[in-house]
Design a protein around this ligand. Structure first.
Ligand SMILES: Nc1ncnc2c1ncn2[C@@H]1O[C@H](COP(=O)(O)OP(=O)(O)O)[C@@H](O)[C@H]1O
Ligand SMILES: [Mg+2]
Length: 363
């Protein structure tokens, strides 16, 4: 089963981007290790830095699984419309999913809370006996936005759904994988860890794969080292630099600087911190980022996607870049964030310029 998916994965082409999907074999293997490890009704939450490629990875997986027998993957993106299902799932499956979805509810989010009904409908229309079903629900933040404090319900409901599907519908197993880039949400979900759910971390592309993507994007060779140094293999950042900023890395860095500054002003305002108090705290976290959960700055930096908490090594789908200590608990989502903060600390003010970041980079 896994071999078939891995073979097909590099053939996936990213819609609208005109680049080939850069290999995610390790993630694929580790994910299936977890899926097969628990041959019981067990669900997963995959989180990671904003733009590291979670959505694209699961779209690629769903597409690659089309030809694998006895495996049915269904990908929903709650930020988009039903068309994504039709793009990626096997053709018979996609037609049924769409027609059942339409008969069940006009609200896309409701559908995810009624997955048992969807599965029941599918089993009536096609033979899923002894098949493995994997339902992927991307952008779960939208459920919370629609239903408010529905998180606990979502998690418990997911457990019941997969248990019922397995017990009553004669399928081999069903797993639900939730995906989010919202760090505040990921943090809340982790409280339910271990009951019927495991949180897995995905990371940016490793160095050689990141170079490969820069090549696909036709980024001039002279910019590549600098780009990797500031964005640490983040595919979204690389695409942004190449397409939106036409390889003008300085312009991109200035934009990031403004975003970091906005987060900091937000923090100082919301929690009444003076500049010197802020700088004192900043010095402390630059010495050891793992100290940040003690501070209110933690919530703001999570919300603004500047940092994220790491799970233990065995729950990481990706191999983290070597500059991130494996035993560390907190990481910057992009290396440029640390560079900006270090420049502020060195200069003694949040008001830094491009030159200050360039100095941090060694000229
Ligand atoms: N393995 C990959 N190869 C090439 N491009 C990728 C890869 N992973 C992600 N991308 C691209 O990078 C951008 C961000 O990826 P996305 O999956 O949206 O990130 P996330 O869901 O983690 O926020 C998208 O434009 C996506 O097409
Ligand atoms: Mg996404």
């Amino acid at each position: 089963m896994l071999e078939g998916i891995i073979r097909r994965l590099p053939r996936y082409e990213i819609p609208g981007l005109n680049v080939k999907f850069v290999d995610r074999e390790i993630e694929c293997k580790r994910l299936f290790y977890w899926l097969l490890k628990y041959d019981i009704s067990w669900n997963f939450v995959v989180y990671g830095p904003w733009g590291c490629g979670k959505s694209e990875f699961f779209r690629a997986l769903t597409w690659s699984s089309q030809e694998v027998e006895a495996l049915h993957m269904i990908y929903f993106n709650l930020a988009r419309e039903l068309c994504e299902v039709s793009l990626l799932s096997r053709s018979t499956l996609k037609e049924h999913v769409i027609s059942i979805a339409r008969s069940l509810s006009s609200n896309y989010v409701d559908l995810v809370l009624n997955l048992y009904k969807l599965m029941e409908g599918l089993c009536k229309r096609m033979n899923l006996t002894d098949s493995r079903v994997i339902v992927i629900v991307d952008e779960i933040k939208n459920i919370i936005d629609v239903y408010g404090e529905a998180l606990e319900y979502l998690i418990t409901n997911a457990e019941l759904t997969s248990r019922h599907c397995r017990a009553k519908l004669n399928i081999k197993n069903m797993n639900i994988i939730f995906i989010t880039s919202e760090q505040t949400l990921a943090e809340r979900i982790r409280r339910y860890e271990g009951k019927s759910m495991t949180t897995l971390l995905m990371w940016h592309l490793p160095k050689s794969e990141a170079y490969q993507l820069l090549g696909e994007l036709k980024v001039p060779k002279e910019h590549r080292d600098l780009i990797l140094k500031v964005c640490g293999g983040c595919p979204r950042a690389m695409i942004e630099i190449s397409k939106t900023y036409e390889n003008n890395v300085d312009l991109w860095m200035m934009n990031v600087m403004d975003r970091v500054l906005a987060a900091i002003y937000n923090y100082m305002r919301e929690y009444g911190r003076s500049r010197s108090e802020f700088l004192r705290e900043l010095k402390m976290i630059l010495e050891d980022i793992d100290e940040i959960p003690r501070l209110k700055m933690y919530d703001v930096f999570l919300k603004h996607n500047i940092i994220l908490p790491l799970v233990q090594e065995h729950k990481r789908l990706s191999t983290l870049e070597s500059s991130l200590r494996t035993e560390g608990r907190i990481a910057y989502q992009l290396p440029i964030y640390r560079l900006c903060l270090q420049a502020m600390c060195d200069k003694g003010t949040p008001k830094i310029t491009l030159k200050d970041i360039r100095d941090q980079l060694g000229g």
